[in-house]
Design a binder for this molecule. Structure first.
Ligand code: GTP
Ligand code: MG
Length: 504
């Protein structure tokens, strides 16, 4: 391992929503002198307007800084800040592939929540080093001792390792960096091997074309190199390589273990695929890096330009957005009332809202979406099996033999005083209880199997109001089950809502 490689640390910051990831990133970037009194602003890595207005991260973002550690060595730190909301878990799993370790933040005034666990499992699947960090200790409600118990008992991590910090005031934040240098391993990889780099994200810049974010696993890449994109077989010449220090900062080269960006005159967005492997044209690596699992859309809706003449612009816009949002799935469709548009698959309702808003803002379009729907499997009486996510394509009920609908495994974490309310809500939403685990004396984890259609349309809002905002929710697909409501006349109401909901 080269000397330089020994002092590289790549880590993601992961946590439940609002536990302070982006605020901690701010403090780390101050220490790394990437930002200063003049340039700093709160949650600086939340660079999109929508993120700033809503106060949440929706897009993973990275930044690189130098850190002079107490051992006298200067480390190259690359941090990846990730979103906490369940709809954007795909961003987290992509970021993790570029890292050797994670900071798992737990808000010490709230304790372990549903996405704390979900994100912990993602990091464990990737075999990453996990450093628990207790945040917000400046708050009067913070309870460090109780949080330590949860870190031990619910997360199964060593709480002695957990640093207690305030990302807001900066208390103990430097200690987090020291722990990163000591606990998170340097990247492995062979600097003499042929170039092997993973495309973990990209975006379209109107001036520079496609900017590709990469993690170099073997070899190195520099300006002037002729590169090969392994999944498409296309080759390009590198115009610029560099690192992100809030602004893109060109460098001579990117070497084994580093995370940075390349610009290679790629104009067509389909030529830069997230999950692809970049190698050298003249000396390619033999094996590509296993890419990402495709994100599975959960919710579908139609997306149409209000002004039909904007359809071509929408085609261009949605392809460019896909570069920066690998979870987006779409296909062209048309409707009598709305003309030409797209059927789009999203990871959840917030994702749906954000996609529409980004297309409108970033590409200056006026759009309408049709009511969201999940994907049903319909078996008709003549033996046909169809997957239908568009309510307007539902066959006549009389021709239907049976239908199946998607279910999810939903995990709710709640203070125990609300357990009764949640059970009533879940029953009302056709949930099947699978498990109840006491995480601590006063915190319970309930697991349900519940129809996705019920979960996305009302469950979350009701859960929040039934528990005064204290419960948290995570979910993952768990397959299809018979959908009784379509064939049972007593449940016709629901069927009507979905069909009427299509409206257009
Ligand atoms: N009192 C206090 N507030 C904090 C601290 N860290 C973060 N906050 C506040 O908590 C809120 C959420 O902080 P963010 O940094 O945006 O949280 P996040 O984890 O990045 O949120 P998502 O990216 O949306 O998941 C903000 O209002 C912060 O000011 C802290 O140490 N103490
Ligand atoms: Mg954030």
């Amino acid at each position: 391992m080269s000397d330089k490689q020994k002092y590289i640390r790549n880590f993601s910051i992961i946590a439940h929503i609002d536990h302070g990831k982006s605020t901690l990133a701010d403090r780390l970037l101050e220490i790394g002198q990437v930002t200063n009194d003049r340039t700093k602003k709160d949650q600086i890595l939340d660079s999109m307007d929508i993120e700033r207005e809503r106060g949440i991260t929706i897009k993973a973002n990275n930044a690189t800084f130098d850190y002079l550690a107490d051992d006298g060595n200067t480390y190259i730190m690359n941090l990846l800040d990730t979103p906490g909301h369940v709809d954007f878990t795909y961003e987290v799993s992509r970021s993790l592939k570029a890292c050797e370790g994670v900071l798992l933040i737990v808000d010490a005034s709230q304790g372990v929540e549903a996405q704390t666990l979900a994100n912990l499992y993602l990091a464990m699947e990737q075999d990453l080093e996990i450093l628990p960090v207790m945040n917000k200790v400046d708050l009067p409600a913070a309870d460090v001792e109780k949080t330590k118990v949860q870190i031990e008992e619910s997360l199964g991590l060593d709480s002695d390792k957990a640093v207690a910090i305030s990302a807001k005031t900066g208390l103990n934040v430097k200690e987090v960096l020291e722990q990163i240098t000591k606990q998170i391993p340097a990247p492995k990889g062979d600097s003499n091997a042929p170039l092997k780099a993973l495309v973990y994200d990209s975006y379209f810049d109107p001036y520079m074309g496609v900017v590709i974010k990469i993690r170099v696993f073997d070899g190195k890449i520099k300006k002037g190199d002729r590169i090969l994109m392994m999944s498409t077989g296309k080759d390009f010449t590198v115009n610029e390589v560099g690192i992100n220090r809030i602004t893109l900062t060109p460098k001579e080269s990117l070497e084994t273990g580093e995370v940075g960006y390349i610009i290679a005159g790629i104009k067509k967005v389909s030529d830069a695929k997230t999950g692809d492997t970049v190698t050298l044209f003249s000396n390619p690596t033999k094996e590509s890096i296993p890419g990402y699992k495709e994100a599975k859309p959960m919710v579908f809706s139609g997306l149409y330009p209000i002004n039909g003449e904007q359809f071509d612009e929408l085609v261009d816009a949605i392809e460019k957005l896909k570069l920066n949002d690998a979870a987006l799935v779409f296909e062209k469709e048309s409707s009598v009332a709305l003309g030409f548009g797209f059927r789009v698959g999203y990871l959840g309702l917030l994702h749906m809202e954000i996609v529409q808003e980004r297309l409108e803002r970033e590409f200056n379009l006026d759009l309408i979406t049709t009511a969201p729907s999940v994907k049903y499997i319909i078996r008709s009486k003549d033996g046909m099996v169809e997957e239908i996510d568009n309510p307007s394509r539902f066959p006549e009920p009389i021709t239907i033999e049976s239908t199946e609908e998607p279910y999810v495994k939903a995990t709710v974490i709640t203070p125990n005083e609300y357990v009764g309310n949640i059970m009533a809500l879940a029953m009302d939403k056709r949930g099947i209880q699978l498990d109840t685990v006491y995480l601590t004396q006063d915190k319970v984890q309930l697991t349900y199997e519940i129809p996705l259609a019920e979960l996305i349309f009302e469950f979350y809002d009701k859960l929040k109001s039934f528990t005064r905002g204290y419960a948290s929710l995570d979910y993952e697909p768990s397959g299809y089950k018979a959908d009784i409501k379509l064939v049972n006349p007593a449940n016709k109401r629901k069927f009507n809502i979905i069909v009427v909901g299509s409206g257009l």
